[in-house]
Design a protein around this ligand. Structure first.
Ligand code: ADP
Length: 476
């Protein structure tokens, strides 16, 4: 029953009101219905009762002789506005000023006030008397024998208080009605408040339930209390990010398909040419096999990048370090790109300073960084451009503790505002996107690899005049 937030909110809001209001109303009504004047009246009645007791003292036979009791009642009746009853020491009615009580003469009276008097207490109560047919202020005084101190009789006075009470009824009614309306309003307010909190949360859960990766999720309205609005805002932000990631994922798949398709198509064309007679021409066959080899190298780089992407998203990159010659790694990568450079008439050169000490790196991963930089330089530079690979020792310390490799081209360069972003995963320059295909992961992975080696990668570029990528690596 209290399983949902809305019910709980209503209950928590309304419960204290529901519990307190009737109690408060009761107390107020009780206070009103017991006016101070009743206390004064009771005192007066006790005075009158005491007077009767005093009169009866002259003839104690009153307390067992009904006729004498009757006479006494008749005597005092005109001066006392209450009903006067005289009872004997065991609570039996001897005489009453009210004719309706005649049927009870000689019988025990069990009203609470009589019980009190039988127990020796003078007391008064507000009660309902069926014989008087009204609410009464009921008072009784026990009478004791002067010498034995035994209870010998009771004087009971009952006063009709309906007139006094009638005066307070309208006010009591107003109090009850006001409290009832107040409680109702508080309940309605509670329901409204609960609804205002519940509705945005319901929107949110429905939006989450409707979420399907393929379709753009609609924004949910940011309404309700501040905390709920914050949840809605963050949900909307999260959904936009999710949508971006989904689009990027689709883009990445499309790019991968393209990147795989191009070399596979080239390999297929070269093998077809070889089968159709090109093998007979040694120079052509050599050229074609070179081409196939380079395309396979390209595919290898692609597979390596994708595998590394998956690995580095999940855990730290593992490196298989060994002492190796920087010159050898650079030469290997440059030779792999000679074929490509020739295709575009690009002048690819390596200028390596002598005396670079061996470096403690993972040669395959360092090769992967260089391959990505060389492939970018080849891809983005126009035909006839120049790519220069240089390397040396960082001169800050002696003996040197770090080495650097630079890949510089004189292609289109990179706009200053993009230079920091090109190392972000899946970032592709909007200027290059339409001209050159790519996956947008090469530089991000190169940075991860350089950092895994404890090194850095940076770019400097003058747009229109080329770009230079610099990799710094500690020697060990
Ligand atoms: P991809 O080349 O697959 O798009 P990369 O992460 O290798 O992804 O490169 C990110 C972006 O950096 C490229 O889209 C391109 O805009 C820019 N870029 C990288 N290298 C060069 C370069 N040598 N000349 C000009 N722009 C480059």
């Amino acid at each position: 029953m209290f399983g949902n937030l809305r019910t709980r909110l209503i209950v928590s809001h309304a419960l204290p009101i529901l519990m307190l209001t009737p109690a408060l109303a009761l107390v107020l009504v009780f206070l009103l219905e017991t006016p101070k004047s009743l206390g004064t009246l009771a005192d007066q009645m006790i005075g009158q009762g005491t007077l009767i007791v005093e009169i009866a003292r002259e003839d104690p036979a009153v307390w067992h002789d009904a006729a004498k009791a009757e006479t006494l009642v008749e005597q005092v009746k005109p001066n006392i506005p209450s009903r006067v009853m005289l009872l004997d020491g065991s609570g039996r009615l001897l005489a009453s000023s009210l004719p309706a009580d005649d049927a009870r003469l000689g019988r025990s009276i069990t009203f609470p006030v009589i019980q009190e008097a039988l127990a020796g207490q003078t007391n008064w109560f507000i009660d309902y008397s069926p014989y008087m047919g009204t609410r009464i202020l009921d008072m009784a005084i026990p009478v004791f024998d002067d010498s034995t101190h035994a209870l010998i009789g009771i004087v009971r006075l009952s006063y009709d208080i309906s007139a006094i009470e009638q005066r307070t009824v309208p006010l009591s009614r107003t109090i009850i009605v006001t409290f009832a309306i107040g409680t109702l309003l508080a309940l309605l307010l509670g329901v409204q408040l609960a609804r205002s909190l519940n509705a945005p949360l319901l929107n949110l859960t429905q939006a989450i339930a409707r979420f399907a990766p393929g379709t753009p999720p609609p924004d949910i309205p940011e309404t309700g209390p501040e905390e709920v609005r914050l949840v809605a805002r963050n949900y909307n932000r999260m959904m936009h990010r999710l949508r971006e990631l989904e689009l990027t994922r689709q883009q990445l798949i499309a790019n991968v398909v393209h990147e795989l398709g191009t070399p596979l198509g080239a390999i297929k064309a070269a093998t077809e040419a070889l089968r159709n007679g090109a093998a007979a021409d040694p120079a052509l066959a050599n050229e074609l096999t070179h081409g196939i080899n380079s395309q396979i190298d390209q595919l290898r780089l692609l597979v390596d990048d994708l595998a590394l992407l998956g690995e580095s998203e999940l855990k730290e990159i593992t490196l298989n370090r060994e002492w190796c010659s920087l010159q050898t790694v650079i030469q290997t990568q440059c030779s792999a790109y000679t074929y490509w450079a020739k295709q575009k008439r690009i002048d690819l050169r390596a200028q390596i300073a002598p005396g670079i000490p061996p470096v403690y790196v993972d040669p395959r991963r360092l090769g992967q960084i260089l391959a990505n930089l060389l492939y970018n330089a080849y891809k983005y530079s126009p035909p006839g451009a120049q790519i220069v690979v240089t390397a040396g020792c960082a001169t800050e310390a002696e003996p040197p503790t770090a080495v650097w490799v630079e890949v510089a081209d004189n292609g289109p360069g990179i706009a200053p505002e993009e230079q920091a972003r090109i190392f972000d995963l899946l970032y592709r320059s909007p200027h290059q996107r339409n001209l050159h295909k790519g996956m947008g992961i090469g530089l991000a992975l190169s940075r991860r690899l350089a950092e895994a080696h404890g090194g850095t990668i940076s770019v400097s570029s003058v747009p229109g005049a080329g770009a230079t990528f610099r990799v710094m690596l500690p020697i060990r």
